[in-house]
Design a protein around this ligand. Structure first.
Ligand code: BEZ
Length: 220
């Protein structure tokens, strides 16, 4: 069976976290959520990533987004590790919950297992996976990075903004798009519809094919 991917509903798993036990749907429902996993507590790259996520937590809450971390180790270990994370990244407050998954059942069901990484007992470890889940509990985007590559939190903000724009307007974001740049109008929108949908106007790029599919506009 293929693993959980974009378009799927996040499973309603019961999880234990540093902020208590809950079901994922209770936590996720009605808001955007970023769920991100880490290979293990007290490891170098993970320590930098969780600190950076904490530094960005205001950016995310301004955009109506909740954060939920995951690392397999137990909750006592997470609590101790948070002290290191906050000490390493000045100004960072780890105010989001971190799931503990000692049996690895959660990471299996969330498609967050790294097939190449095992602990000293041969038990699978999580990859650096990240799911952005929409308010309707659908996975909108997934990253899957190996243990050796830390994620770029500015990229996480960038793709989140792209997803939020596409959920609000019939638009998409082109290569290297950054927040504030023009967006492209979806091919499903005719020029007549675009005139009504985008009263601010749009520019059509003149291409050799003379097909008018590359149309730029600005949206808030
Ligand atoms: C790290 O976070 O640095 C790390 C974790 C597991 C394997 C390799 C690196």
């Amino acid at each position: 069976m293929p693993g959980l991917t974009i378009g799927d509903t996040i499973p309603d798993l019961q999880v234990q976290t540093t902020h208590g036990n809950f079901k994922l749907h209770d936590f996720f429902s009605g808001s955007w959520t970023i769920l991100f996993s880490h290979p293990g507590d007290f490891t170098p790259v993970c320590t930098t990533e969780l600190g950076k996520m904490a530094k960005f937590s205001e950016e995310f809450s301004r955009r109506g987004v909740k954060l939920l971390g995951l690392s397999c180790d137990d909750l006592n270990s997470h609590e101790e590790w948070i002290k290191d994370i906050e000490a390493y990244t000045p100004g960072a407050k780890v105010n989001y919950p971190i799931i503990s998954d000692p049996t690895r059942e959660i990471i299996k069901q969330l498609n967050m297992v790294d097939p190449a990484e095992k602990d000293s007992n041969g038990t699978p470890l999580p990859s650096r996976a990240l799911h952005i889940v929409g308010p309707d509990l659908t996975i909108m985007l997934s990253f899957l990075y190996p243990a050796s590559t830390g994620r770029n939190m500015e990229e996480v903000v960038r793709v989140l903004e792209s997803l939020q724009k596409a959920s609000k307007y019939k638009v998409a974001t082109p290569a290297d798009w950054k927040p504030g740049d023009p967006v492209v109008i979806s091919p499903s929108v005719s020029n007549e519809e675009a005139n009504t949908m985008f009263p601010q106007g749009f520019q059509t790029v003149d291409l050799p094919s003379k097909k008018d599919y590359l149309r730029f506009t600005q949206v808030a």
